[in-house]
Every structure is written in structure tokens, then in C-alpha cells.
Ligand binder design. Structure first.
Ligand SMILES: [Zn+2]
Length: 240
């Protein structure tokens, strides 16, 4: 057995799960320690995030994080392996070998995605005291025509990892109502109406506030989060 890290002192092993992955067997331990963990309270600089398709996410501070490429690249390799498999005789040595290769590749993609989610969550925590995200109706999103991309981005997994990382790093995390975040102006709060997917810029017909469409949505998310925790509202685009 390869022990990736020692069991910390005073922890009690509550559960062991044996998992069979393409790369081998893993034993996952659940540990418990009897302490009261304080819940993070809302304070400090707030950050709203908007999960999207053009970018993986946009923040209310104007940062855009690109969608990871490994799924698209990985998908090409997967297709090529599957094509090779089709030409092999079933049950032959070569076909068994390809089956193993495909399974390992699936595992690689899922590991890369998880790694990206953890790194992004930590990076967001570096610059903020509280994070607000949209409460997405994931089912509705993945049922649409953007199905593959939406699932690839793995929004549901990311939000659960983000919540976990925020808790560990004592940052407040909450979800807000996602309804119409991309149809509201963060400066004057007017309803701007539905934008086409091709409209990449939010340009308010009322107050003239102009910014990236996803950044504008993230700013609305932040304002809703601030309202929910009783924080003084912020206005974006002042002096512009
Ligand atoms: Zn406006």
C-alpha cells in the first residue's frame, strides 16, 4: 500500500471506502475529530461570480477565468482511441489494452477537472472575505443545447468544491437567486431585457454603464449577496 499522507493525531477513522479506478484500487478514509467548527461570517471584500460558457467564470472585480481546454483536447484523444478499438477483434489482447487506455483517459479528464476546480476556488479565496454565486438550476441548463459544454465545465461540482474550500479558509459563501442576473444593470438596476448569447457587452440604455456581460452579471450577484447578508449596497460604474 502507498500511504499518500499520514492520519493526523487524535482523529478517529469513521469509514473506509474501497474504490476501483482505472489506475488501480484506492482506499478513502473518512476521519472525525470532536471539535466545534465556527461557521465563517460575512465580512471583508465581497466577490460575486458568474459561471458561463464563453469564460468558465467572471468575477464582480472584472476578472475572467478561461474555460479549461483539457476536455476538448481530451475528447479528441478519446475519439481516436475509440476508433482504434472498433478495428480490433473483440476480446483480443490489443482490444483489452485499448479498453484499459480509454478508462484511464476518462479518469485523467475527471482528475484534471477536479484539480482545476480546487485551484480556481483557492485563487478566488485569496482575494476576498465572502463569495456569492448563482444558485443554478443545473438540470435546466444541461437539458438545453449547450449540454456538453455545460456538463464539461462541471458547474455543480465546482460550486460544491468552492463551498468546501471557503469553509476551510474561513470565507463566507452563499448562493443567491439566479433569476435575471444577466438582464439587470448593476449600476442603475434597470431591467435591460434578455441579451442574445452573441451580445458580449452589457451597455445600459438608461445610464450608459458599459462592461463585459458576464462581469455585469457577477456584479448583480454580488449586490444580491450583499442585500442577503445586510451589507451596504455597492454601486458599480461610479464616475464613468
Ligand atoms: Zn444602467
Amino acid at each position: 500500500m502507498h500511504l499518500s499522507r499520514p492520519i493526523p493525531e487524535n482523529f478517529e477513522v469513521k469509514q473506509i471506502r474501497i474504490v476501483n479506478r482505472a489506475s488501480g484500487y484506492y482506499a478513502m478514509l473518512s476521519l472525525a475529530l470532536d471539535v466545534d467548527m465556527p461557521q465563517p461570517s460575512p465580512s471583508g471584500h465581497g466577490l460575486g461570480i458568474d459561471l458561463g460558457l464563453e469564460h468558465f467564470l467572471a468575477t464582480s472585480d472584472g476578472q475572467l477565468i478561461a474555460r479549461p481546454r483539457f476536455f476538448v483536447d481530451g475528447q479528441c484523444k478519446l475519439k481516436s482511441l475509440q476508433r482504434q478499438l472498433k478495428r480490433k477483434k473483440r476480446g483480443s489482447r490489443k482490444s483489452r489494452q485499448l479498453h484499459r487506455q480509454i478508462a484511464r483517459h476518462h479518469e485523467y479528464i475527471s482528475n484534471s477537472r477536479k484539480d482545476f476546480h480546487f485551484k480556481t476556488a483557492h485563487q478566488l479565496c485569496d482575494s476576498t472575505g465572502m463569495i456569492f454565486a448563482e444558485d443554478l438550476n443545473l438540470k435546466a441548463m444541461s437539458a438545453g443545447m449547450l449540454c456538453k459544454h455545460t456538463l464539461d465545465a462541471g458547474f455543480g461540482q465546482f460550486l460544491s468544491i468552492l463551498g468546501h474550500v471557503c469553509f476551510k479558509r474561513d470565507k463566507y459563501f452563499a448562493k443567491v437567486d439566479a433569476n435575471g442576473t444577466s438582464q439587470t444593470c448593476p449600476k442603475c438596476q434597470i431591467r435591460t431585457g434578455k441579451k442574445l448569447l452573441s451580445e458580449r457587452i452589457h451597455k445600459c440604455p438608461e445610464c450608459g454603464y458599459e462592461t463585459n456581460r458576464d462581469v455585469a452579471a457577477a456584479q448583480v450577484v454580488l449586490q444580491r449577496g450583499y442585500t442577503a447578508v445586510g451589507h451596504i449596497a455597492v454601486n458599480f460604474g461610479e464616475g464613468k
